[in-house]
Design a protein around this ligand. Structure first.
Ligand SMILES: NC(=O)c1ccc[n+]([C@@H]2O[C@H](COP(=O)([O-])OP(=O)(O)OC[C@H]3O[C@@H](n4cnc5c(N)ncnc54)[C@H](OP(=O)(O)O)[C@@H]3O)[C@@H](O)[C@H]2O)c1
Length: 262
């Protein structure tokens, strides 16, 4: 008996209550109607319920979990073990960041950033691995800030460098099994991210604000093509090229000149 055929096919998206995570859910529903369910994770259940109402043709399974809490990983693992779905697509989009120099950061804010951006992303990925099969895709939301240290946004940029490194290594581990990992590295994107993190967008960054729908469309297309990286927009492509050539110290100094007032 073919057990695989009996398993429901799902996508699982973290950070689905707003911004790019929400766009992922909408576009996956549109592009992959063969999926039986999309599992959506975020803390704000009412947002997930609204998203579900907006997509009447798609069965969303709502998991209102706080990914900074360890207990949430056990809850997700238990749900997966009960249903044993095949995860065709995993999107780790939950994330946050706070700007300001390191000495001005709240230590709890630093922990939260690392917990959600790094620990939760790795834990959710690990928990999902037994449910992936040949042809499954993993999309990890890193950031353009992963390419170079960012004075004034140091913790966030370091967390995203961690995501990028993890994703590149995981890609090599999973490649022989036919599972593809894509790290998405956008520059600033027009979402709630800045308001949530109390981040005043510099006039320099404001120049490059991207549309979340376009970034997500590009990410899904790059993942379908099996690409390791998804970088949206000419400015970010140039930034990546430049940070690939410049020594990291010089890139950090340039960041200080462009991003910090003094
Ligand atoms: N916007 C940008 O400029 C930009 C650029 C590059 C990369 N990124 C990355 O892209 C990803 C998506 O960001 P976005 O711009 O779409 O931001 P957003 O609109 O603020 O969305 C962040 C999502 O993360 C979820 N989240 C935050 N803390 C959580 C927690 N403790 N537990 C569960 N879910 C949590 C939020 O849901 P709840 O609040 O409902 O829990 C929300 O759905 C993030 O990883 C971000 O770092 C953003």
């Amino acid at each position: 008996m073919d057990h695989k055929r009996d398993r429901i096919q799902i996508a699982l998206v973290t950070g689905a209550s707003s911004g790019m995570g929400r766009c992922f859910v909408r576009q996956i529903a549109e592009q992959q109607p063969f999926l039986h369910e999309i599992w959506v994770i975020a803390r704000r259940r009412e947002r997930l319920e609204k998203l579900s109402e907006e997509l009447p043709e798609t069965k969303l399974r709502l998991l209102a979990l706080d990914l900074s809490e360890k207990a949430s990983f056990a809850a997700l693992a238990e749900r997966l073990a009960q249903i044993r779905p095949c995860v065709r697509l995993l999107v780790n989009a939950a994330g946050l960041g706070h700007s300001g120099s390191v000495k001005d950061q709240d230590p709890d804010g630093i922990s939260d950033t690392l917990d959600v951006n790094c620990r939760a992303l790795m834990a959710v990925t690990r928990i999902c691995l037994p449910y992936l099969e040949r042809g499954s895709q993993i999309i990890q939301l890193a950031s353009g800030s992963a390419f170079a240290p960012q004075p004034g946004f140091a913790v966030y940029a370091a967390s995203k460098a961690c995501v990028l490194s993890f994703s590149r290594a995981l890609r090599e581990e999973l490649c022989p099994e036919g599972v593809c990992v894509t790290a998405v590295c956008p520059g600033p994107v027009r979402t709630e991210f800045f308001r949530t993190g109390g981040i005043a967008l510099s006039p320099f960054k404001r120049l490059f604000l991207a549309d979340p729908d376009k970034v997500v469309r590009r990410a899904l297309s790059d993942a379908a093509k099996g690409r390791a990286l998804s970088v949206y927009g000419m400015s970010m492509k140039l930034f990546r090229l430049m940070t690939g050539i410049l020594p990291q110290g010089a890139a950090a100094r340039l960041g200080r000149m462009l991003l910090l007032k003094k």
